[in-house]
Design a binder for this molecule. Structure first.
Ligand SMILES: Nc1ncnc2c1ncn2[C@@H]1O[C@H](COP(=O)(O)OP(=O)(O)OP(=O)(O)O)[C@@H](O)[C@H]1O
Length: 278
């Protein structure tokens, strides 16, 4: 699968957000999009999956303009996992994930659809949530269910908006590892937005760094995730150490040393008996 973005621009009303974006991305691989808040990362992936229409330039999927694909054809090719779902209606997790089979299913759910859903819930370690209501889950559980919905769609490209943002450290690693594994084993082009430079550096095959509505740098994590680029784009100093051949960023904040330290005893665990007597 190939995505080619040719001189793409995008504006919300008169406010220009993306300028002259030119990218050629081929899968399978795992690509992270990095950049500061408001730089246009979500807008970029919304232009790829036709949620938004670019104001200029073109997006081509396998050499064909996205405008020439029907919505169903697009849904078979591109899966999208949003940052947070606004779904508030009471659907069970199984039914929520089954919605991802819609582009492949007819009006009736098949045994194969259900099997794919259960296999995916198992892969993401959330089988125990199967009959829970989606609108009663925690933010991290929501995120895993939305990822399951994207995966059962069996797309060629999976676009994800901060897929690990609400996850605990163990699940940040396991989900990033799973996405990388899927990209390599299932021929999937994974493109994820991330604010975690170290997760991106550890798992990505390639990184896109955005600045001022443009692509600032593209390439391997070692090439793109440098102290110089981080200072230029985020305005933060850092030092980089290499860990297992990948850059690991240590952010510096000289201002933090100026904060007055609190007394060490300002917080402690109370004995239950003390609590009861309060
Ligand atoms: N519906 C909208 N109408 C007008 N402006 C918008 C709209 N959605 C986003 N924007 C603006 O477009 C710019 C890019 O937004 P976008 O969500 O793409 O940024 P982002 O890089 O994904 O940010 P973040 O890291 O904070 O999620 C921002 O300045 C934002 O305020």
């Amino acid at each position: 699968m190939n995505i080619m973005i040719k001189g793409m621009t995008f504006s919300y009303s008169s406010v220009s957000v993306l300028n002259d974006i030119c990218l050629n991305i081929s899968g399978p691989q795992m690509v992270s999009i990095l950049g500061p808040n408001g730089v246009g990362k979500s807008t970029l992936i919304h232009c790829i999956n036709k949620i938004l229409t670019p104001t200029g330039g073109a997006v081509l999927l396998d050499d064909k303009d996205v405008n020439e694909y029907s919505l169903k054809e697009m849904a078979k090719k591109i899966g999208y996992v949003p940052y947070a779902s606004s779904d508030t209606f009471p659907l069970t997790v199984v039914d929520t994930v089954l919605l991802g089979r819609h582009p492949h299913a007819n009006w009736k759910t098949s045994d194969e659809d259900l099997q794919i859903v259960y296999d995916t819930l198992k892969k993401l370690d959330i089988e125990d949530l199967a009959v829970r209501y989606f609108n009663e889950l925690s933010a991290g559980q929501h995120q895993k269910v939305m990822l399951a919905r994207g995966l059962v769609q069996k797309p060629n490209v999976l676009l994800l908006d901060e897929p690990t943002a609400n996850l605990d450290v163990k699940h940040q690693l396991s989900i990033s590892r799973l996405l990388k594994k899927l990209s390599h084993e299932d021929d999937l082009l994974v493109i994820m937005i991330s604010h975690d430079l170290n997760i991106a550096a550890k798992y990505s095959d390639a990184v896109i760094l955005m600045h001022d509505g443009r692509i600032y740098d593209v390439g391997s994590p070692e090439k793109v995730i440098t102290a110089e680029n981080i200072e230029k784009v985020y305005g933060v100093k850092s030092s980089i150490i290499m860990n297992e051949g990948r850059p690991h960023v240590i952010l510096e904040d000289p201002e933090s040393m100026r904060c007055t330290p609190v007394k060490k005893e300002s917080i402690c665990v109370m004995e239950n008996s003390v609590c009861e007597n309060l």
